[in-house]
Design a protein. Structure first.
Length: 254
């Protein structure tokens, strides 16, 4: 896909949850900041895990919290794109229509003024975590999803909580490197797509990697806002990654 807006914004891993009102407020504040940004044209990319859990688009109809949380996004007036994460893989056309956003493929290439940007949530690159990859295959299966969505909202809520609890327990005993992007998988992925830069989230390990393959890892939100801003100037990709504790300027040349 081709994007020619003056500025791009990227966020991921907000894990919005009614039990975390500070993060919801930070989300609304950042949307206002993006809206007021001086760039004439802008686009926002949400690279997964916008929510701590998403149990189906029909939850919007019965949740005042969701309606209130999504209102600023719905009224943003800026072209917005969404890629599924491992917490909100059930987001579908109902969410897309309600928020006036566009759902993208889980791996999307964006031609931004001559720069080939590769976007994804990032969990599919963590192939050393064999247990998680099996789980991922299961929950991305359309039949499994249809079976889950056939249950009541209350049942789905309980299942989502059970999955989160099991994930937290499993991750607590895994080596940190297992939970990160696998170097060999990353190398093959970048060679396959021939991108100028990869942008992803998921690992909660924000960084600007400029070694072999330019790679920008977005930060999670706990509780402050974190985002990436990019624009092209003098045929250079320029921007800033803002995280919980630090920020870093970005310069990528062809």
């Amino acid at each position: 896909m081709n994007i020619n807006t003056d500025a791009l914004f990227f966020i991921s891993d907000l894990h919005l949850d009614p039990r975390q009102p500070d993060i919801t407020q930070a989300f609304h504040d950042l949307l206002e900041k993006i809206k007021e940004h001086p760039a004439a044209t802008k686009a926002l990319f949400i690279l997964g895990d916008l929510f701590e859990a998403w149990i189906g688009d029909d939850a919007i109809d019965v949740s005042l919290w969701l309606q209130t949380t999504l209102k600023p996004l719905k009224e943003l007036g800026i072209k917005t794109y969404f890629i599924h994460g491992n917490r909100d893989f059930l987001i579908n056309k109902g969410f897309e229509d309600y928020c006036d956003i566009e759902n993208l493929e889980e791996v999307t290439q964006v031609n931004y003024k001559g720069f080939n940007l590769l976007l994804c949530h990032g969990d599919h690159l963590c192939t050393q975590d064999v247990e998680y990859m099996k789980f991922r295959t299961m929950v991305r299966n359309k039949e499994w999803q249809a079976h889950l969505l056939s249950k009541t909202i209350e049942e789905r809520t309980a299942i989502a909580q059970q999955i989160r609890d099991q994930s937290k327990e499993a991750n607590s005993i895994k080596e940190m490197d297992i939970l990160d992007v696998d170097p060999l998988t990353l190398k093959a992925f970048m060679q396959q797509h021939q991108a100028d830069a990869l942008i992803h989230g998921h690992t909660h390990r924000p960084a600007v990697h400029q070694d072999i393959y330019p790679r920008i890892v977005l930060s999670d939100w706990h509780p402050n806002a974190s985002w990436l801003e990019l624009h092209v100037q003098d045929e250079k990709l320029i921007g800033k990654l803002v995280t919980q504790d630090w920020s870093e300027d970005i310069l990528i040349e062809k």
